[in-house]
Design a protein. Structure first.
Length: 378
C-alpha cells in the first residue's frame, strides 16, 4: 500500500477518546529484590503481567514479573494538555525503572502534532521523572543492590487513539494522513519529503481490520481498541534499549580498564604476590556483571507463543536497532573474555617466572654461603 506524502488530508477527523503515554526509562541499580521492594514501598503496588487479550499461551509473560508502583501526582501542564493524576513506575529486577505519564486525548487530530512537539525533550516531565526516581531509590533501601542513577535516560511517546469520528479504516488513516502522521511521529513542524514520510510510517502492524500500530524510533501511534498489550511490549522495548546503551557503556569502561591493566610494564608491578590477581579479579567481576545483566534483559519477556506480540517486538526492535546493540555487546563480552584469559595466563606465567628466580637466588645464596669463611662448619 502506498502512502502519498502530499495528499490533502480529510477534514473533521476528531479524537473522541485516547491516551498519550510518555515514557522515561532509567537504570537505578545492579539488581533489585522485587519482593523486598514490594514490602518497603507504601504506594499502590502490583505485579505487572501482559493481559493477552488475543489468543496466546498463559505462560508467555514477564520472568520475573516487574513491580508496578502507582503514585498520585499533581498534574503537569504540557501545552494545552495536562497529565493524569497518577504516575506509574514499572520496576524490573535487573535494576531498570520505566516512569510512565498518561495524558488524556480528546480533540482534533491536528492538535496531536503540536502535542508531539511539546513533548520532545520536555524538561518539565524529565525533571519530575528524575525526582521520582530519586525518591524511589531512597525508599528501596537495601532492596536495591549497588544503587545508582545512570547519567542518561531513554524517553519515548505512545499515542493511542481508541475512538475517533469518523471511524476511519487503518488504510484510510495511512493514505489520507501520511504527512501529519509522519510529523507527529518525528516531532517535526516542517513538511517532510516523501521518502521521510514513507520511512516514518513503513513499520506498521495490524491484528484486526480495524486496528494498526505505526512504530517509529521517536514515537508510536496506535489506532484501535484493547491495545494495552501492544503498549506494554513497546514500553519494555524502550527499557531494553536503555539497558543495551548502559551495558555498552559499562563494557567500554571494562575494556579500557582491561587494556590498561594488560598493558602495564612488568617492572611497574609491585614485587609481592596478588598484584596481578587484583586486576584479573576486577576484570572478571565486570565481565560477570555485564553477562548477567545481558541475560536478564534478554530473557525477561517471553513472547514466542504470541505471534502478533512477537512481531510487534520485532518491529520495535528494528526501529531501536536492538539487534545491532546485541551484536556489539556480544562482541565486547567476547573481547573481554579473551583479555581476561590472556591476563590470567600472563599472571600465571609471571608467578612461575618469579618462582624460578626465587629458586635461582636461593641456589646462588647456598653456593655463596659455602665459600664464605665462618659460615660453614668446616
Amino acid at each position: 500500500m502506498t502512502t502519498p506524502a502530499n495528499s490533502p488530508p480529510p477534514t473533521g477527523f476528531h479524537v473522541d477518546r485516547g491516551t498519550c503515554f510518555v515514557l522515561f526509562a532509567y537504570d537505578i541499580a545492579r539488581s533489585v529484590d522485587l519482593n523486598r521492594a514490594e514490602r518497603r514501598i507504601t504506594a499502590i503496588t502490583e505485579r505487572s503481567r501482559l493481559k493477552h487479550k488475543r489468543r496466546a499461551p498463559a505462560y508467555f509473560d514477564y520472568t520475573p514479573a516487574p513491580l508496578r508502583i502507582t503514585a498520585d501526582i499533581e498534574p503537569v501542564a504540557i501545552g494545552q494538555h495536562r497529565t493524569g493524576p497518577v504516575v506509574d513506575m514499572l520496576l524490573y529486577d535487573f535494576g531498570a525503572v520505566c516512569v510512565s505519564y498518561s495524558l488524556p486525548l480528546q480533540g482534533p487530530f491536528s492538535s496531536l502534532g503540536t502535542l508531539s512537539q511539546d513533548l520532545y525533550e520536555n524538561e518539565a516531565l524529565l525533571s519530575d521523572s528524575r525526582r521520582r526516581i530519586e525518591e524511589l531509590l531512597t525508599g528501596l533501601g537495601d532492596a536495591a543492590e549497588r544503587p545508582h542513577i545512570a547519567d542518561f535516560v531513554e524517553d519515548y511517546v505512545i499515542v493511542h487513539i481508541e475512538q475517533a469520528t469518523p471511524s476511519l479504516a487503518p488504510d484510510t488513516l495511512l493514505t489520507g494522513f501520511a504527512q501529519p502522521l509522519a510529523q507527529l511521529l518525528r516531532s517535526e513542524t516542517l513538511e517532510l519529503a516523501e521518502q521521510e514520510v514513507h520511512d516514518s510510517v513503513s513499520q506498521r502492524i495490524s491484528f484486526g481490520s480495524d486496528d494498526v500500530a505505526i512504530i517509529d524510533w521517536n514515537a508510536t501511534l496506535i489506532y484501535g481498541r484493547n491495545m494495552e498489550d501492544v503498549v506494554a511490549v513497546i514500553e519494555f522495548a524502550n527499557v531494553e534499549l536503555l539497558e543495551m546503551r548502559f551495558l555498552d557503556q559499562q563494557l567500554d569502561l571494562a575494556l579500557d580498564q582491561a587494556y590498561h591493566a594488560s598493558s602495564k610494564r612488568r617492572w611497574d608491578l609491585p614485587w609481592f604476590p596478588g598484584t596481578a590477581r587484583t586486576d584479573v579479579r576486577r576484570i572478571a567481576q565486570l565481565q560477570v556483571d555485564s553477562a548477567i545483566l545481558f541475560e536478564q534483559v534478554t530473557n525477561t519477556l517471553k513472547l514466542f507463543g504470541d505471534q502478533y506480540l512477537a512481531r510487534v517486538h520485532r518491529l520495535i526492535s528494528q526501529r531501536f536497532h536492538l539487534e545491532s546493540w546485541d551484536a556489539s555487546i556480544s562482541r565486547k563480552l567476547h573481547t573481554l573474555d579473551s583479555i581476561y584469559g590472556k591476563m590470567t595466563e600472563s599472571a600465571a606465567s609471571w608467578r612461575m617466572e618469579l618462582l624460578e628466580w626465587i629458586i635461582i637466588v636461593l641456589i646462588a645464596i647456598s653456593i655463596a654461603v659455602s665459600f664464605l669463611p665462618g659460615l660453614t662448619g668446616h
